[in-house]
Write a protein that binds this ligand. Structure first.
Ligand SMILES: [Zn+2]
Length: 335
């Protein structure tokens, strides 16, 4: 089969053996794969993975073959997959039901081969059926949307939380925007792209800050929040230098939530966090069922977030589509 293989230096389309399924696995014909900031961090050499590796962890396809132990009903179903595979169901975290933190887990497309290929073998416990109303392209948003919901699973919102400042309006930021607004929070959106800022306005953001033209972003946020700072500040910038501004934009005893996975050292002064008693939250992937519900109910809009589509053969163009383009949100690769 054809696959996009990253060798630690570059990505090339190669002919690789078709995956063989174990009795507990399903073979999925991949239809669409979203390119994510994590993929870019790997391809740029910031986030280290074993190599060679097939990237791609936001994907959807159809089950074309199943092992003997897999329920027959999965055959021919349209599916997406959890990102964390190789779960042992036996460790400290698994026993608490926290499978995404299993000590044995391997992330698809990061620790083990991913979905930028014609086929992928998946343990059946990873599969989620996609309702007919969701296209394959839209289904590539289920994994990042689950990660967006996880922001609020890990960080409780209480009565004193009214304002939320969101740094970074990539795909994840624009998904978090929609969830935050549905929770009744007043959103301050910060990005360098007017196009993305205007999109958050359509979703209901109250204040837009273009970081390119704004002299001092934390000052502006403090001005907009009765000289307090935002109750919650979220980082989806993928830029380690943003964290200093993020801390400065948070009110005393406020909440900071880091979603970026750029793999880089982050130079911050922790004293400000200590003195002002800020709480630091973080989260990664989350509840797929909520994400699927969000899409099928129409509560979450994703069509506007697809900026470009490419074929697998054009994989380098797909990765390059993110370069030097502030307005770009998400690229989908069709297999
Ligand atoms: Zn485990």
């Amino acid at each position: 089969m054809k696959a996009a293989v990253y060798d630690g230096n570059k990505i090339t389309i190669k002919d690789v053996p078709d995956p063989e399924i174990k009795e507990s696995q399903a073979l999925v014909r991949v239809e669409a794969v979203g390119i994510c900031g994590t993929d870019l961090a790997i391809a740029n050499g910031y986030l280290l993975t074993p190599t060679p590796i097939i990237l791609g962890h936001e994907f959807a396809g159809k089950v074309v073959k199943i092992g003997k132990e897999v329920d027959l009903s999965w055959l021919n179903k349209r599916v997406t997959s959890e990102i964390n595979s190789n779960i042992d169901f036996d460790c400290y975290y698994c026993k608490k039901g926290l499978y995404t933190q299993c000590v044995s887990r391997k992330a698809i497309g990061i620790d083990i081969d991913g979905a930028l290929s014609e086929y992928i073998a998946l343990e059946s416990y990873l599969l989620h059926e996609i309702p007919d109303s969701i296209t394959y392209d839209e289904a590539t948003f289920i994994e990042p949307l689950a990660a967006a919901y996880q922001t609020f699973e890990m960080m409780p919102i209480d009565k004193s939380d009214k304002t939320i400042a969101l740094f970074g309006l990539g795909k994840l930021g624009l998904l978090i925007t929609q969830i935050a607004i549905s929770k009744g929070l007043t959103l301050i959106a910060i990005d360098g792209s007017d196009k993305k800022l205007n999109l958050t306005k359509e979703f209901g953001a109250k204040y837009l800050i273009n970081r390119v033209t704004c002299k001092d972003v934390p000052d502006e946020i403090i001005n907009l929040t009765n000289n307090l700072g935002a109750d919650i500040v979220i980082d989806t910038t993928g830029n380690p230098n943003a964290l200093r501004e993020i801390i400065a934009s948070c009110r005393t005893r406020g909440k900071i939530h880091v979603k970026s996975t750029h793999g880089l050292e982050t130079p911050i002064n922790l004293t400000d966090i200590v003195v002002r008693e800020l709480t630091l939250y973080s989260s990664r992937c989350g509840p797929f069922e909520k994400a699927i519900d969000g899409l099928t109910s129409g509560n979450i809009q994703v069509k506007q977030l697809i900026s470009k589509k490419f074929k697998l053969d054009e994989i380098n163009k797909a990765f390059d589509s993110y370069k030097n383009n502030r307005d770009h949100i998400k690229t989908v690769v069709h297999i």
